[in-house]
Write a protein that binds this ligand. Structure first.
Ligand code: ACM
Ligand code: ZN
Length: 493
């Protein structure tokens, strides 16, 4: 009987210990062990590179600034950071024993994510820091774990952007898709075209007040570094050839008719787009990318490509001349104007690749009329675009609104919620999304799905409270979709 009671108590305490160690997103493997590693007023550490940023993050966020003594020998240190090239990219292992903790990874990402796990694992504070003993082995399910923030419709302060980067890193995301230009606002300083921000970043809202805001190149450099330190790559999006009214307001000659206009003051899609017949819009975009590309050292630039109405191109003599000269012919699937959009995107792809060594990402409309050779497709109108791209041997990123990835939609009762774009996208729906369609698993093309992202379009996010209300808790679901193996997902948990 006594024995049974002890066993029950042991099991209960074990369960309590396990329950206490909730790490989000759920790691691949967690083996709880008995005992704790208890650290005192001073902590000794061993690391190959004591200047690595993740060690600062660890000291600030996990050790609460407890003083450190660096050890030259692993055996003497309370905490050891060891490179282990056998671990997968961005993966890590943490072994916590009563006398020592050993953290291993093969790259900076893995060490950073180990820190993010330990932030959730640690108990106590400066002077008495406790870690429950365990062995954790973890690595991501997908290579692209990303959230989009729309700074075009509404401008967010740099402090807000930093906060989102902190959140993304804590949740083990590795990309931030920054939507920087749209019909309603141009938000990035371009030195060669000052009117983009002098004119294009300002609009007169419905009630007659001026709305404005943009990021200077210095601010962008600072944010890019802030993100890189936390293992987040920022992918800038500069929309083309549609969603460009803010730029056209600054430089009207970029449109087909060249008429004066203003940044759009209502939401929705603008019919006035960049002219594909004139050379000027291409020169303009090349100059813009000459300034944008060096600011963002990552591999990718997002060129938009979505929702470009073709009405002005149909009427424009120069666009029609381009169609004739380039031999762009309508076929049973695509109009000549859709082929013209493909011409536009392919020209920009070649420029970004030849001049800047960048790969492009575009919304799934870039499939229409022929896909640029190295393009990655972002599938937003369902999964079909992503599946088509993968079947053509291209990489794709899944972010379908129909799959719950549009977190600007309502997630509570629309009768009492703040106004939103519409739709209904509760947490359970976001969490249930699987970015790897069965059809691609069957055909062996699932590896071309790079990963997944949610989109936080900002039309109705007039302030950061509303932005956060929409973001949380749905970005947590996104984090687990991108990171955790399917078999370990558990909505109730
Ligand atoms: C999009 O939602 N227009 C990509
Ligand atoms: Zn035109």
């Amino acid at each position: 009987m006594k024995h049974l009671i002890f066993t029950a108590l042991f099991l209960l305490s074990y369960t309590v210990a396990v329950r206490a160690q909730i790490v989000f997103p759920t790691p691949n493997q967690v083996e709880m062990q008995t005992g704790n590693l208890i650290l005192g007023k001073k902590v000794s550490m061993y690391a190959e590179d004591t200047t690595a940023f993740y060690l600062n993050l660890f000291r600030e966020e996990v050790l609460s600034h407890t003083p450190i003594k660096w050890q030259k020998k692993e055996s003497k240190a309370d905490i050891c950071w060891i490179t282990d090239s056998s671990l997968p990219p961005e993966g890590y292992r943490i072994k916590i024993h009563p006398q020592q903790m050993v953290i291993s990874a093969s790259d900076k990402g893995g060490f950073t994510y180990a820190v993010q796990t330990l932030r959730q694992w640690v108990a106590g504070s400066a002077g008495s820091i406790t870690f429950a003993c365990a062995s954790v082995t973890d690595y991501p399910r997908t290579q692209w774990r990303c959230f989009l923030l729309d700074s075009g419709r509404q401008f967010q302060k740099i402090t807000t952007i930093r906060k989102y980067i902190d959140m993304a890193s804590l949740l083990k995301m590795n990309y931030f898709h920054w939507h920087l230009t749209d019909d309603q606002g141009w938000r990035i300083e371009i030195k060669k075209y000052p009117k983009l921000t002098e004119v294009g970043s300002k609009r007169i809202d419905g009630e007659g007040t001026e709305y404005s805001g943009f990021y200077t190149q210095e601010q962008i450099k600072e944010v890019v570094k802030y993100a890189a330190d936390r293992f987040i790559t920022i992918v800038p999006e500069i929309e083309l050839p549609g969603h460009e009214l803010a730029a056209i307001s600054a430089y009207p000659e970029l449109s087909c008719k060249g008429e004066p206009t203003t940044p759009r003051i209502i939401w929705g899609v603008e019919d006035i787009v960049l002219c594909a017949g004139k050379e000027k819009p291409f020169e303009f975009l090349q100059d813009v990318f000459d300034e944008v590309a060096p600011l963002f050292p990552g591999e990718y630039i997002h060129i938009g490509g979505d929702e470009c109405p073709k009405s002005s191109w149909k009427e424009c003599p120069l666009c029609q001349k381009r169609i004739r000269e380039e031999g762009l012919k309508a076929d049973k699937n695509h109009s000549a104007e859709e082929k013209l959009q493909s011409y536009f995107v392919q020209r920009m792809e070649k420029y970004l690749s030849d001049k800047h060594g960048k790969k492009i990402i575009g919304w799934d409309e870039i499939l229409e009329g022929g896909l640029a050779p190295s393009a990655t497709v972002m599938s937003w109108r369902g999964e079909e675009g992503g599946i088509a791209a993968a079947n053509m041997g291209h990489e794709a990123i899944m972010t379908p609104g129909s799959g719950g990835m549009y977190i600007d939609q309502f997630h509570g009762d629309p009768k009492i919620e703040p106004v939103s774009i519409g739709g209904y996208d509760p947490l359970s729906r976001v969490y249930a999304y699987n970015p790897t369609p069965d059809t691609l698993v069957t055909t062996g093309k699932a590896n071309l799905i790079k990963g997944v992202q949610t989109n936080l379009w900002s039309e109705y996010m007039y302030n950061t409270d509303l932005l956060e209300y929409r973001a949380y808790p749905r970005v947590l679901a996104l984090a687990e979709i991108g990171w955790t193996p399917l078999a370990r997902k558990d909505y109730k948990d």
